[in-house]
Ligand binder design. Structure first.
Ligand code: FES
Length: 103
């Protein structure tokens, strides 16, 4: 299991232990972590699963592919679609910030 710490916009921390292979979106939704709508179910089409990786973790995940970048439309590489990030053992302790809303 890999511990991911989701931090709400108000500062509340929700740590969860996820199996390798889940996406950050699945981990949040399946553990009832608020803040991720995931309207398209993980198809990189809706943009309602945005998260901001803590600075120390940005380089620990593979870079966003073109389909993800087209949805994000943001030069700040710390913002990612949580449905496009697969949990790996090396991500143990990763801090993920959730936005105030997913509009
Ligand atoms: Fe729709 Fe991630 S769930 S883009």
């Amino acid at each position: 299991m890999t511990r991911i710490i989701y931090i709400q916009h108000d500062g509340r921390e929700d740590p969860v232990d996820l199996p390798v292979g889940y996406t950050l979106m699945q981990g949040a939704v399946l553990n009832d972590i608020p803040g991720i709508a995931a309207e398209c179910g993980g198809a990189a089409a809706c943009g309602t699963c945005r998260v901001q990786l803590a600075p120390d973790w940005v380089t620990h995940v593979p870079a966003a592919e073109e389909i993800e970048l087209s949805i994000l439309d943001d030069a700040d590489t710390s913002w990612r679609l949580s449905c496009q990030i697969t949990v790996m053992a090396e991500m143990d302790g990763m801090v993920v910030h959730l936005p105030e809303n997913q509009t």
